[in-house]
Design a protein around this ligand. Structure first.
Ligand code: 0X9
Ligand code: ZN
Length: 494
C-alpha cells in the first residue's frame, strides 16, 4: 500500500469485487448471479422435455434483455427490471456471462378459464353481432389460418367491420388481437370493443358519433390455430406451421411455428428475431411467409387507416415504433398519442425498443410502410401471466376502453392530441359551455366534418335552432392558444 498511488488500492478493491462476483459469491454492490439458483435452472433445463426452465431474470437495460431473447429466452412479461419466462441452456449462459440474478420458479399449469371464448365462440359472437346490427356491422373472412391453407382443419380469419353506411372514405382505425396464441385476454378486449360500439349506438352520443363517422375494423384473433392449442392448456405463442421442422416436434413456444409478430415485411431479418425454427421468436422463412401475416397485410393495406392497435399480453405497457432501431420515430404525434394511451390505461408508455429490440413486428411495418400510427398494448400485470381468471377481464377492459375510444375519436386528426382536451361540456337551453385543462381561445359546434360548423371566441357557443329542434348528436371542440384544435366531444343537442 503506498500513499503515492492511492488509486492502486481502489483498483485492487474493484478487482477483488469483480473476482468475487465472477465466482458467483453474492456481490454486496449488486444483486448478481446466484450460483445455487443457476444450477437449479440448469437442472430444470436438463430434465424438462422442452429443454427450458422457468426463470425470473433481473436485468438492467433493454440491450441485456435483447441479448437474452436472442439466446432463446421466451419472455412472458416484465416488471421493474425483472423478466419472467422460459430460458434455454443458451439463455442461462448469457445470464451468467452478464452476471444477472436468475431465479427459478414453478409455473402453474396453463389454464383456460371457461369464461374465455374458444375460436368457435369468438366467430359466433362476431356473427351474432353482425346479424343483430345489419345496418352497422358486417363480418368478413379476410384469409385463412396456416392449418386451413394445408387443407387440414384450421380456421377462417374473421374481421368485423363497424360503421354506418359507406365508410370507405371515413377516418379508419384497425384493432388486431391474438398474434400470440396464449395471450387469451386479447380477443376478449377486441370483442368487448365491438359490443360497446354496437350495443350503445343510438344510446350514447359519443358512440353514436363514432360509429357514424368512422371506418372501424376489429379482428379478435389473427392466430386461431394457435388459440386452439392455448384452449387445451398448451403454452403456445406462434402459429402452428410445422413445415420447417424436421424430426420430432416438441410442443410449446420453443417448438414449431412462426412468430407472427416477427414475420412482417419491414426491416424483416433485422435484430430481435430468431432464425431458428424452434425459437419462440422465429421470424419465418421470409417476410410475410405466413398466411396470417399476408392476410393482415392485405387487410391493413385495403383502407387508409389512421391508427392501428394490436393487443398483446402482459406487462401493462403501451409501445410504439420503432422496435428495430434505437432511433426515435420522426412523427411527434405517434409519441404524444402513445403517451396519452399510457395515461388513459395506467400502463407505462414507451418506444418498443426500450422493452427489447424486435424486427418484423406489426407496428414497425404498419408505421414504417404505411405511416399508420401504430401501437401495441401489453395487457395484464406481472401476476396475471397469460391466463388470469376470466374475472380479471373487467379490469383489463376498464384499462383499455378509453384508449380505444380515444383512437376512434381522434382518427380524423391525430394532431388534436396537442390541442385542448375538454373536461366538461354542458348543454343548457341551446347553449354549449366547455371546460378544458388548457386555456381555450375558440369553440366550434358542428355536425359532419370539423371546420364546417359554427365557431365563437371564448369557451361558449349558442347552437342554432336547426340543431336544437330535435335531439341529435353535435360535436364540440375547442382551440387552444397555440391555434391547435383539440379532440371533439359528442353531446346531445337537447
Ligand atoms: O415480443 C413481442 O412480440 C411483444 N411482446 S409479447 O410479450 N406480447 O410477445 C412486443 C412487441 C413490441 N416490439 C418491441 N418490443 N420491439
Ligand atoms: Zn404478444
Amino acid at each position: 500500500m503506498t500513499r503515492r498511488f492511492p488509486w492502486r488500492s481502489q483498483l485492487a478493491m474493484a478487482v477483488a469485487v469483480a473476482v468475487v462476483a465472477g465466482c458467483g459469491v453474492a456481490n454486496p454492490l449488486r444483486a448478481g448471479l446466484d450460483p445455487t439458483e443457476l444450477s437449479k435452472a440448469r437442472a430444470q433445463v436438463a430434465s424438462s422435455p422442452s429443454g427450458t426452465a422457468n426463470v425470473v431474470i433481473h436485468y438492467e437495460n433493454a440491450d441485456q434483455l435483447t441479448q437474452l431473447v436472442d439466446a432463446g429466452f421466451d419472455v412472458w412479461g416484465v416488471e421493474n427490471g425483472r423478466a419472467k419466462g422460459s430460458a434455454t441452456a443458451e439463455t442461462l449462459k448469457v445470464a451468467e456471462r452478464l452476471n444477472l440474478k436468475t431465479e427459478t420458479f414453478r409455473r402453474i399449469k396453463n389454464t383456460f378459464d371457461k369464461g374465455y371464448k374458444t375460436v368457435e365462440q369468438i366467430e359466433a359472437d362476431l356473427k351474432g353481432l353482425a346479424a343483430k346490427y345489419p345496418q352497422l356491422a358486417k363480418v368478413e373472412d379476410f384469409g385463412d389460418s396456416w392449418e386451413k391453407t394445408q387443407g387440414n382443419g384450421g380456421y377462417d380469419l374473421n374481421v368485423i367491420k363497424i360503421g354506418h353506411g359507406d365508410t370507405a372514405n371515413k377516418p379508419g382505425v384497425i384493432f388486431l388481437a391474438n398474434h400470440h396464441a396464449r395471450e387469451i385476454v386479447t380477443p376478449e378486449i377486441a370483442l368487448n370493443l365491438a359490443h360497446l360500439l354496437l350495443d350503445n349506438y343510438g344510446k350514447d352520443p359519443e358512440i353514436t358519433a363514432l360509429v357514424d363517422s368512422r371506418d372501424i375494423w376489429i379482428a379478435p384473433t389473427v392466430n386461431p390455430d394457435g388459440h386452439k392449442h392455448a384452449e387445451r392448456g398448451v403454452d403456445w405463442r406462434k402459429n402452428t406451421n410445422t413445415s420447417l421442422i424436421a424430426g420430432p416436434i416438441t410442443v410449446g413456444p420453443n417448438g414449431p411455428g412462426i412468430d407472427l409478430n416477427r414475420n412482417y415485411g419491414f426491416k424483416w431479418g433485422g435484430p430481435g428475431a430468431s432464425t431458428d425454427p424452434r425459437n419462440a421468436t422465429f421470424r419465418g422463412a421470409s417476410a410475410f411467409s405466413e398466411p396470417e401475416t399476408q392476410a393482415v397485410r392485405d387487410l391493413v393495406k385495403s383502407r387508409k387507416f389512421t391508427y392501428l392497435m394490436t393487443y398483446h399480453s402482459f406487462s401493462n405497457l403501451i409501445l410504439w415504433p420503432w422496435g428495430h432501431t434505437d432511433a426515435a420515430p420522426s412523427d411527434k404525434r405517434l409519441i404524444a398519442v402513445g403517451q396519452k394511451l399510457g395515461q388513459l390505461s395506467g400502463y407505462k408508455p414507451q418506444q418498443s425498443k426500450d422493452l427489447y429490440k424486435t424486427s418484423g413486428d406489426t407496428t414497425d411495418w404498419a408505421f414504417g410502410e404505411l405511416g399508420i400510427l401504430s401501437y401495441t398494448a401489453e395487457i395484464g400485470s406481472w401476476g396475471d401471466n397469460f391466463d388470469p381468471p376470466f374475472a380479471r377481464m373487467s379490469k383489463f377492459w376498464d384499462e383499455n376502453r378509453s384508449g380505444a375510444l380515444y383512437l376512434l375519436k381522434t382518427a380524423d386528426n391525430p394532431g388534436a392530441v396537442f390541442g385542448p382536451e375538454l373536461t366538461n361540456v354542458q348543454v343548457t337551453g341551446g347553449r354549449v359551455q366547455v371546460q378544458a385543462k388548457q386555456p381555450i381561445s375558440r369553440v366550434e359546434a358542428y355536425i359532419g366534418n370539423p371546420g364546417s360548423g359554427m365557431q365563437a371566441a371564448g369557451s361558449a357557443i349558442a347552437l342554432p335552432t336547426t340543431l336544437t329542434e330535435r335531439r341529435q348528436v353535435v360535436m364540440v371542440r375547442a382551440q387552444g392558444a397555440n391555434g391547435q384544435w383539440g379532440p371533439a366531444q359528442a353531446v346531445w343537442s337537447r
